[in-house]
Design a protein around this ligand. Structure first.
Ligand SMILES: [Zn+2]
Length: 212
């Protein structure tokens, strides 16, 4: 569902550009609104959410899909935790659909899906591991890495129940915005994937904005 934001980027309390292949890890407080802006189009932002007070509570694709009875995410989707609580709600979305089934790219899956020589290519899971190692104060450990959302990524479910990585439906200037219902740690890997069309084979920067 396409829903425009009413928020003015000039009034955001925080703005930062995240290059492709980099991560962004910050606390977003309850009541704040957080936007990911696809600057050049067709980019995937592989994102994890944790309860800032107890990182064993984290985003759950299973609970989210079951509660909303829809496999795709868009405006109105409540992002649920593994304890069945709403962590954030998507309040605006000019893309219309986001994936939470495809998972993040990893060196292992790159090697299996594409070829053995792709094993050394940078992947989202590496960015997450670097993020948690460089930000120990958030208390997120390797075992907390679980379900994620691929914002802007197009992973349609096929007739026979499979998944395909399809060409993106996002474009330059498309954004998704969500309001935090609890204090959350947000970890975004701006995907460096070069082997499938989710980034149009050309990873590009995203911008993160926060409003109080
Ligand atoms: Zn990736």
């Amino acid at each position: 569902m396409i829903k425009q934001s009413t928020l003015n980027p000039e009034q955001a309390s925080y703005r930062e550009t995240v290059l492709a292949g980099d991560y962004w890890m910050q606390k977003v407080s309850a009541g704040q609104t957080f936007r990911i802006l696809d600057l050049e189009g067709n980019q995937a932002a592989d994102t994890l959410f944790f309860n800032a007070d107890d990182t064993s509570e984290r985003y759950s694709a299973i609970d989210t899909i079951r509660e909303q009875q829809n496999a795709y995410l868009t405006a109105g989707s409540k992002l649920m935790s593994n304890l069945g609580r709403t962590m954030l709600e998507i309040t605006a979305d000019t893309c219309g659909r986001h994936d939470t089934l495809g998972g993040a790219c990893a060196t292992e899956s790159n090697a299996i899906r594409y070829s053995l020589e792709k094993k050394c290519m940078h992947a989202c899971r590496d960015s997450w591991m670097l993020a948690i190692a460089e930000n120990e104060h958030f208390g997120v450990s390797k075992r907390d890495i679980s379900h994620n959302i691929n914002f802007f990524m197009n992973v349609p479910i096929t007739e026979d129940g499979g998944l395909t990585f399809a060409d993106g439906i996002s474009g330059a200037g498309i954004y998704v915005e969500m309001k935090a219902e609890m204090d959350v740690i947000v970890l975004v890997s701006n995907c460096p994937q070069l082997n499938n069309p989710c980034n149009a084979y050309n990873p590009t920067p995203v911008e993160i904005l926060i409003w109080d």
